[in-house]
Ligand binder design. Structure first.
Ligand SMILES: *Cc1c(COP(=O)(O)O)cnc(C)c1O
Length: 363
């Protein structure tokens, strides 16, 4: 095959915006203690696993899943206390809902606005859907919103949609509520509050959903312990969501995910115990890290912790941890304010002890 001719053919037809992107990369993690991806480190109690397998035997995968999954939606409404008037839309992970929102509001000349450092998917879906992306820097010291800068950017760019992760990823903090409310008030278009880390904080915008016509709230089951299932939800008014629903591919939530999510939510006390354990371990890790000289530990309302190492030590420390079997996320190079920063997902007590041991020796 003529390779050059193929390259020419591909680059003639692939959209330039896609050609310019690099694919979302996931590092090899086999044999490593995985503290890089905000997964719940615990698995399921044995009896529950057995009951689940028995239930799965009754599932007919020759049939399409229910296209709307109404029972699952009602269960999610109860568990997450979504107001009864609000409509719920399900996504194959909340990533899919972010993409559906962009497809609904997007197009040339339309703007996605978010804050940086933030969740990379907002910028990626903006590119997928031919939108312009504006990233407003957070305060480089505290990672708090710079509300003057955000309001000026809103005024200048008139964004179709603003995405804010609350708590933020990769910084772990909650933004000041009064600033967020002002942003929602001033935004000409939709504001999506992405509450992927809701299980690990008491703060939420769900109770305010009815107060603002342009507000919608995004949730996911991934970070609470079901990352492998791929189930996210969007809550908001019927007017917005019935439009977004038009971009949803039919049967986007597969039958195994529907059955499993219903099963887990019905038996969710074990997840609640795991969440509590993760929050306790988060506090213990922060306390232990705070006494290590030369590093900075940021406050967290999520299931991960942002750590800044001594100048010039980030990449080396990340590699040294990996050589000793610990996989963290290296944030160096992802944003100018994240020089020498690592993101540590809270693991089991044993995993965290191993991390503290190895990390203490490296610092
Ligand atoms: C992890 C994450 C998501 C994606 O969650 P999925 O439901 O697994 O697609 C969305 N938003 C933020 C801020 C995240 O950190």
């Amino acid at each position: 095959m003529d390779k050059t001719a193929l390259d020419r053919l591909v680059s003639r037809w692939v959209r330039p915006q896609i050609d310019a992107l690099s694919a979302y990369s996931v590092p090899e993690s086999e044999g490593l203690i995985k503290l890089d991806a905000m997964e719940n480190p615990y698995t399921w109690p044995d009896e529950l696993r057995q009951a689940w397998l028995t239930l799965l035997q009754t599932v007919d995968v020759n049939r399409y899943p229910h296209p709307q999954a109404p029972a699952l939606k009602e269960q999610l409404r109860q568990v997450m206390q979504i107001p009864s008037w609000a409509k719920i839309l399900l996504g194959n992970g909340s990533d899919e809902l972010i993409q559906m929102i962009a497809m609904t509001l997007g197009g040339p000349g339309r703007v996605v606005l978010s804050v940086e450092p933030g969740f990379v998917m907002y910028r990626m879906v903006a590119r997928f859907t031919g939108m312009d992306y504006v990233g407003v820097p957070l305060d480089p010291e505290t990672f708090e919103l710079d509300s003057t800068a955000v309001l000026a950017a809103i005024e200048q760019h008139q964004p179709a949609v603003i995405f804010v992760a609350y708590p933020n990823n990769p910084t772990g903090n909650l933004f000041a509520i009064d600033m967020l409310l002002e942003i929602i008030q001033e935004a000409p278009g939709m504001v999506v509050i992405d509450e992927a880390y809701a299980p690990f904080t008491d703060a939420s915008f769900l109770p305010r959903l009815g107060e603002y016509q342009n507000l919608v709230v995004l949730r996911t089951l991934s970070k609470m312990g079901l990352a492998g299932l791929r189930l996210g939800l969007l809550a908001g008014s019927t007017e917005w969501l019935e439009q977004i629903d038009k971009t949803r591919l039919p049967y986007n939530i597969n039958v195994l995910t529907q059955v499993t999510a219903e099963f887990v939510l019905k038996n969710r006390s074990f997840i609640e115990h795991q969440t509590k354990a993760i929050k306790q371990e988060r506090s213990r890790l922060i306390r232990a890290l705070a006494v290590i000289p030369g590093i900075r530990v940021y406050p967290s309302e999520a299931n991960f912790i942002l750590i800044r190492l001594r100048q010039g030590q980030g990449v080396r420390t990340h590699a040294a941890l990996q050589a000793q079997g610990l996989l963290l996320k290296n944030l160096q190079g992802t944003h100018a304010t994240l020089q020498d920063c690592l993101r540590l997902t809270v693991g089991t007590p044993e995993e965290n002890d191993t991390f503290l041991d190895v990390f203490g020796q490296l610092c």
